[in-house]
Design a protein around this ligand. Sequence first.
Ligand code: TXA
Ligand code: MG
Length: 348
Amino acid sequence: MKLHKTRILPATPERLDEAVAILRQGGIVAIPTETVYGLAANALDPDAVARIFEAKGRPPQNPLIVHVANITEALRLTAQWPREAQLLAETFWPGPLTLVLEKRAGVVPDITTAGGNTVAVRCPDHPVALELIEKCGFPLAAPSANRSNHISPTQAEHVAKSLGGRIELVLDAGPCRAGIESTVINLTGSNPEILRPGSISAAEINKVLSGQPDLSDETNGTNRDTGKVSPERNPNFLSPGLQKTHYAPDTPLLLTASSSIAALLARLSRENKRVGVMMITLSDVKTSANFKVVQMANNPLGFGAALYSALHLLDDAHLDVIVCENPPDTTEWAAVRDRLQRAGTSVD
Ligand code: TXA
Ligand code: MG
């Protein structure tokens, strides 16, 4: 792999042109989206896409999301465009919803889709990402811009920390608004199925697909109508990126009920442990000087927006352990709970 001096530069019009030039030459650039920063390359150029896999250390069997500027572009990449796709794209694009569809033969190379016959498409809701796709004139494959199995980046600095030396340019547009990756929904089966909970909730999707199968049960891994098993329960499922541990910080992360956090922190304090604490509910928990406390929002959107930044911050603070209160077990919190459970271990 070619080594680079990684530059973080504000996403000004000149830098955008520079990024377009790199992408046209088959290079890779880290770009902002509304969810997390992505590591972008020409989705239709197998050599360019290979550079993404190499820089991330991503296993070749994990397919990439292809970012498009609009529905017309998605139609060029897909073999079928079912009614659900049209409804969902009209409602949520540009936005954090990824649609898995049958792929059109001979357009998207195998490496992008990990050899599968489906393609994941999404139109990002970020002016920089959209302008890049439009100026390039080709769709951009872009996984989250982190080394494989590390925490996703919601700031340009997170990208540089993880991929520094492996990429030449990070376009900086400040912190990502949503902070949690897109919802991935499979539209190739007999019923729509959420493969990865994300910024758009099952309830929002159900509202649009009303009369269609109910997806609100995605958190327990089963689709209520079909009884289908979600990727968490079936490791051979078609979305191989969804292994159990996927977003883990280096520092162990313990998830605990609000009712038990005080006792856990008291014990860690007695043991003189250096502890990072992600608090949701306000509480009068006594913390010692060894504790670094981050107050998280008590709502899923606010929590989600700050989740990865908090994990990056605490993971960099050389602590023994990070403790996070478990969010409520309700569907609005599904995406946040999913990411926390992948990153940590429940202790009660
Ligand atoms: O918000 C996002 O989706 C961000 C931004 C950069 O767009 N991207 C992102 O990409 O999270 P990545 O590669 O970190 O996660 C993509 C997920 C993986 O779990 C992958 O397995 C799944 O989507 N995926 C991609 N193509 C697929 C396909 N054809 N079928 C099933 N799952 C697919
Ligand atoms: Mg990722």
